[in-house]
Each structure stands twice: as structure tokens, then as C-alpha cells.
Write a protein that binds this ligand. Structure first.
Ligand SMILES: Nc1nc2[nH]cnc2c(=O)[nH]1
Ligand SMILES: [Zn+2]
Length: 477
């Protein structure tokens, strides 16, 4: 007897990653979602109405639950932004004339301190989440500021708007302005308060699911998770770093920070921790590196540091727009991948000015080509191991790569049966679409997908789903 209740079906083309190099395009697929937002089935090559009807009756579904995609529309998994500063949104697109440490002091800290006012936060944060959802970011790994009330408000908003989010209250107790700094005691106390508040946000949803008869096989994941967030080694005392690592262990939480982004930053860290071997060792020494840690940037890592990162299963968030915009440098992602290090993409707003992961993909492509031709002379015989990132690789990084960083590789990132449905319905022919399609394209869906990745924008993202829920886009009539 088939008891599982199917709440929605899509009929059309699916595009997703099966591995770093394997992009899968499935035309004429029927994808069913159950009432928990999980993918119940994917049937391939369904080319006639009889086949559709057979599946509908097998699952006891009524025809009205089918959303039929047009010939050129397709579904892709939602994008994962593995590094974004929500409070820096008002600065996006401005202040890109200075390198990191000067940029922080002149532009970033003065903006972030404004979030001591909840009213200020209320004017910014809804815009941030709406904007990201519109751009197809179904999961975001956020920094907020040091402020407890504004950070709680942001967590509640992510939850209400139905985005999947990892949110950290920022911790910093040194080398920052007098009016934007915490004591170690307030930092820890506020972080505990924040963590407990966020953990309770999803309680109700989890209970609703638990109360259901099918709950044992159908547990869904929580949508909003707190993440421990020492800003970076420069702005945290050793004592604070130790206390934060204890907190992460006590609550079994992920951790995020910045690592090896800028040469002056690396020198400063060396001065602050002269007895530790390198920047990565500073975080390791304080027990902050494990498989739940996400470090942004990692541009100047030595092979020893890469080894440590690989062995401890730390993920690197590659934020190429920010790396170009703050003149930080170019991260050699190919080298990280060759070392089997987990990599995802991030926007790093407002170090980077692009709000969409499509922008990160494009900048990651350019960055990898620049690295490739600057390496060409040394590595002529080793072309494959050092080549630029391909389209399947870039797409993997933006979806499955991000899922790996947040340890949700079994929950989101592609359309495997049993995963939760975080997805985007892409319409290359939407009104005002920036994509031109010609007869020459011959309805080749792979070409149209590639055009979306390099030319498309939010106008092509017609509908956005998180855990099966419609969270942004246009309603179907
Ligand atoms: N890009 C970036 N790097 C940082 N390092 C410490 N804080 C920041 C920040 O806000 N942005
Ligand atoms: Zn950052």
C-alpha cells in the first residue's frame, strides 16, 4: 500500500551534478515531492501522456499537482552562498578602493556598528533575504554583527522567509574600533543567548513533524542553524578563540571565520601569534578546525596548511569577486581540489559586490583562467591537473560543493531521491530575459543552460523552493 503523500510534481528537464566533473541533464523527467519537502521519486524519459498517467495513478496523484515546464525551462538545485555578510549589504558596490585592513576600518566597521540599533537592522535585513532568495540562494552562510538583538532579528527573519541559513553572531574583542568591540565576557554570554534562541526557532517545526505518524522515516532537517563566528584571528584574543571553540563543542555547532585572505593580514597574524607556525595553525591551536568549519578565502595557504585543512576536513569558501575587488589575490581552486579539499562558493558581500552565486561562478571561472595562464610556463606537461575550472565543476561548486561545506551533502545539492527539494525553476525566456536564444542554438538544452550560467540573472529564476516550499518567484495560475 502506497501511503506516502505526494504534494507536488514537476514534469520537464532537470539539471544537476552527480560529481565534480559529471553534470547530468535529464529531459522529460517526472519529479515528485512528498509533504515533507523530500524528493519521493524521479522518473526519467517519460515521453508520453500514458506514462505520466501511469505514474500519477501509481502514486494516487491528481493531474492538478503537476507543474509542466516548457521545452526550454529547467530545474536546477538551489545555490549555496557559503560566505556572506548580511549587514554589509548597504555598502555593496561601494568602497572597493582599499585593501582588506584599511577597508575594514574605513568602510565596514562604521557600517556594522549601526546595527546596535534594531531599527537600522529592520530597514536592511528584509531586503537582504528577499534579494538573495530572488537570486536563487536557497542556503546562505551568514555573518551578522556583534549585536545580539539585531542578530536574533535576522535569524527570525531567515526562518520566517523560509530560507536555509547558517547564521553567526560575530565575535571580536581586539583590534577593532572602541565603539564596535565586545569584552570577552559579553561576547560569550551574548553568543550563548543567540545560539539558544536560534536553536529554539525550529523547535516548533520539528515538533510538528515528530507528531506525525510517518515521522521516523521522514525527519526533515532544521532550516536555521547557529554557527560560531570568530571574525578572524586579528580581532579575537587567544582567550576568546579558546572559549568559542568550547562553545562550539558544547552545542555541537559549525564554525566559520576568515583565513589567509591578504598579505598584510597574514603578517599581522604572525605578529600576534609569533609562536605558532602559520595562520592555519592559529585556528588549529585553538581547536577551531574540524569537518564543520568553513574558512573564507584561503588564498595564500602553504602546502603544510593545505595538508592540515585537508586532514581536518575543513571547507574553503572561495569568494573570487571579493578577492578581485579588495585586491586580495587569486585563490588557486584547482590546487585545493587536487588536494581533495572541500570547496564552495561565496559572494562575501560587501568585499565582493555581486549578490548572486551566478556572479561567483563567473568570477571563479575568470580567476581559474588567470591562474591557469600564469602557471602555464611552469606546467606545460601537466595541463589537466592545472586547467581552468570547467562548467560542470563550477556548477558543482555552487550547489553540491556548498552542500559539502555545510555538511548537508546527503540533504541538498542535487536531485537524488530522498533529498530535500531546494530548487530553482529557470526560465531562459522570461519577460525581459537577458538571454538571447537563436535558431542556431537548435534547442540544445546544454547550450541554453550554459547561457543561463554566464548571461542569466534573477529575471530567469522564476520560482525558488526550499524544503519543498515555494519561497520566492511568480505564482503559477
Ligand atoms: N572579506 C572580509 N574579510 C574579513 N576579514 C575580517 N572581517 C572581514 C570582512 O568583513 N570581510
Ligand atoms: Zn568575509
Amino acid at each position: 500500500m502506497m501511503t506516502r503523500i505526494i504534494s507536488q510534481i514537476f514534469y520537464g528537464t532537470l539539471i544537476h551534478s552527480l560529481s565534480l566533473t559529471k553534470l547530468s541533464i535529464i529531459p522529460n523527467a517526472l519529479l515528485g515531492i512528498d509533504k515533507f519537502g523530500k524528493i519521493a521519486f524521479v522518473e526519467e524519459n517519460i515521453t508520453n501522456e500514458q506514462n505520466i498517467n501511469d505514474i500519477l495513478s501509481k502514486w494516487n496523484i491528481n493531474e492538478e499537482k503537476i507543474i509542466r515546464l516548457t521545452k526550454r525551462q529547467f530545474l536546477i538545485p538551489g545555490f549555496v552562498d557559503t560566505h556572506i555578510h548580511a549587514p554589509q549589504f548597504p555598502n555593496a558596490g561601494t568602497g572597493l578602493d582599499l585593501p582588506l585592513l584599511e577597508w575594514l576600518n574605513k568602510y565596514t566597521f562604521p557600517l556594522e556598528k549601526s546595527y546596535s540599533s534594531l531599527e537600522f537592522a529592520k530597514n536592511v535585513y528584509p531586503v537582504v533575504i528577499n534579494n538573495l532568495l530572488r537570486n536563487g540562494t536557497t542556503t546562505a552562510v551568514y555573518f551578522s554583527t556583534i549585536h545580539l538583538e539585531s542578530s536574533k532579528y535576522l535569524a527570525k527573519l531567515i526562518h520566517e522567509k523560509g530560507q536555509r541559513g547558517f547564521l553567526g553572531k560575530v565575535n571580536m574583542d581586539r583590534n577593532c574600533p572602541n565603539d564596535y568591540i565586545e569584552t570577552i565576557e559579553s561576547s560569550i554570554e551574548d553568543t550563548k543567548n543567540f545560539v539558544e534562541y536560534v536553536m529554539n526557532l525550529d523547535e516548533k517545526d520539528m515538533k510538528d513533524v515528530k507528531g506525525d505518524e510517518e515521522s521516523i522515516t521522514n525527519q526533515v532537517t532544521r532550516l536555521v542553524t547557529p554557527i560560531i563566528t570568530p571574525r578572524f584571528a586579528i580581532s579575537c584574543s587567544s582567550e576568546l578563540l579558546h572559549s568559542l571553540s568550547k562553545l562550539a563543542q558544547e552545542y555541537d555547532l559549525p564554525i566559520q571565520s576568515h583565513l589567509s585572505e591578504n598579505k598584510d593580514e597574514i603578517k599581522f597574524v604572525k605578529n600576534l601569534f609569533p609562536n605558532l607556525k602559520d595562520y592555519t595553525s592559529v585556528y588549529e591551536h585553538h581547536n577551531l578546525l574540524n569537518q564543520k568549519t568553513i574558512m573564507a578565502h584561503g588564498i595564500y595557504l602553504s602546502s603544510d596548511e593545505r595538508n592540515l585543512i585537508k586532514n581536518l576536513k575543513v571547507g574553503i569558501s572561495h569568494c573570487p569577486n571579493s578577492n578581485f575587488s579588495l585586491s586580495s589575490g587569486i585563490c588557486d581552486v584547482r590546487k585545493l581540489l587536487n588536494d581533495n579539499i572541500k570547496v564552495g562558493l561565496g559572494t562575501d558581500i560587501s568585499g565582493g559586490f555581486g549578490k548572486s552565486i551566478l556572479d561567483s561562478i563567473r568570477n571563479a571561472s575568470v580567476a581559474s583562467k588567470v591562474i591557469h595562464f600564469s602557471n602555464q610556463n611552469d606546467d606545460r606537461d601537466n595541463n589537466n591537473k592545472n586547467s581552468h575550472l570547467t562548467l560542470p565543476e563550477l556548477f558543482y561548486l555552487s550547489t553540491m560543493g556548498g552542500a559539502n561545506l555545510v555538511n548537508l551533502e546527503n540533504v541538498i545539492g542535487n536531485f537524488e531521491v530522498g533529498k530535500e527539494f531546494d530548487a530553482l525553476l529557470i526560465d531562459p525566456e522570461s519577460p525581459q530575459s537577458p538571454i538571447d536564444i537563436f535558431d542556431y542554438d537548435d534547442d540544445n538544452i546544454e547550450r541554453i543552460f550554459e547561457k543561463f550560467i554566464f548571461l542569466g540573472d534573477e529575471r530567469n529564476i522564476s520560482r525558488v523552493y526550499v524544503q519543498g516550499n515555494f519561497v520566492s518567484g511568480t505564482e503559477f495560475k
